[in-house]
Design a protein around this ligand. Structure first.
Ligand code: TRP
Length: 334
């Protein structure tokens, strides 16, 4: 039997090469070996102040983007189409330790971000977010969760909740999920290669995976290579980022001479940038073509993802039925 992998992503704006090489490409690759559930988590997107008019649009945009870069539609679900996540989330609130949840560092980071803004509103949902995340994972009895370092604490909490539930009901019901480490590159901003590629820093700091050729080439051409403060004998962050992109595109072997040039101290930035731009342009062209096709059949695509969500929901409903049984609640018939 194949092991189960679960991961989720929040619906927010464009997809860039940092997201793609850092996480989504890994999702695509894992589909071969595992039974995968990938969620677009809109209930999570409500935890920070947000625009209700845009949420649904962002969800569908992200669905189209994920499909365009190679996620299989039958593995995708939209969280609000599987409302059992929230029901399990409530039940888990009663198995999660307040002290433990209070120690989550992502809450501390995000709530201080909110405090700095004029509104200064911090929702209870933001505090409770990791408990809903535990429900996302455990509702499918996932064996593995491919997560970055920032999510490790949340995964640990999921295990604590699972363990407490199992102890209280006297049955090893929930699988304790483990993190799945795969080497994923951390892609940096072309405009400031000391920082991660990100949307929040502004347009110059990320390369959209669907970028038009000219835009993409211009961004690579103007990428910062040497800021002058790199210690002697070390590769500058900008040059390292260009090599990292080349490697992530699987094009390093085709260009070993560039690394030889670097080692010999004779590397010229223009040809390096050119091969990086070519490699990304090739990917983006394919992604854009996929996206155009999906957009042309948007209605049908939406129906298919609704259907896959309904199929995945069956698994979630089975868990909820058993959990209610075990925890002394009554079941409605579905
Ligand atoms: N918390 C994750 C993030 O901030 C998103 C997420 C929600 C998630 N539920 C999940 C990730 C379950 C993995 C598993 O990116």
């Amino acid at each position: 039997m194949k092991k189960t992998v679960l991961s989720c992503i929040q619906p927010t704006g464009d997809m860039h090469y940092g997201n793609y090489f850092g996480a989504v490409k890994n999702w695509v690759d894992l589909q071969e070996k595992y039974t995968c559930y990938y969620g677009v988590v809109d209930y999570h997107a409500m935890t920070m102040p947000y625009d209700p008019k845009k949420l649904r649009e962002n969800v569908w945009d992200l669905i189209i983007n994920l499909l365009a870069v190679g996620v299989n539609r039958e593995n995708l679900f939209i969280q609000s189409l599987v409302p059992e996540h929230v029901e399990l989330g409530w039940i888990f609130n009663c198995f999660a330790s307040f002290g433990n949840v209070s120690r989550m560092t992502q809450f501390k980071d995000k709530s201080s971000q909110s405090e700095e803004k004029a509104e200064g509103f911090i929702s209870v949902g933001l505090f409770d977010y990791p408990v809903l995340q535990a429900a996302d994972i455990l509702i499918y009895r996932a064996d593995y969760v491919p997560v970055g370092k920032d999510q490790e604490q949340h995964l640990e909490l999921s295990r604590n909740i699972a363990q407490r539930f199992n102890n209280q009901v006297g049955k090893e019901y929930f699988v304790l999920p483990e993190s799945l480490y795969t080497e994923t590159p951390s892609i940096k901003s072309p405009a400031d290669p000391t920082k991660k590629m990100s949307k929040s820093a502004g347009e110059k700091h990320y390369i959209n995976v669907f970028a038009e050729d000219a835009v993409l080439r211009k961004q690579i051409k103007s990428a910062v290579t040497d800021t002058g403060d790199t210690p002697a004998g070390e590769m500058s962050a900008g040059v390292a980022n260009l090599f990292e992109l080349l490697k992530a595109c699987g094009k390093m072997d085709a260009h070993t001479s560039l690394m030889d040039d670097y080692k010999a101290g004779s590397l010229k930035y223009a040809p390096l940038k050119e091969v990086v731009a070519d490699a990304l342009a090739e990917k983006s062209a394919a992604f854009r073509a996929n996206k155009a096709e999906l957009n042309a059949n948007k209605k049908e695509v939406k129906e298919q993802v609704k259907a896959s969500s309904a199929e995945i929901r069956k698994r979630a409903q089975e868990t909820i039925r058993e959990v209610k049984e075990l925890s002394g609640l009554l079941n409605v018939r579905f």
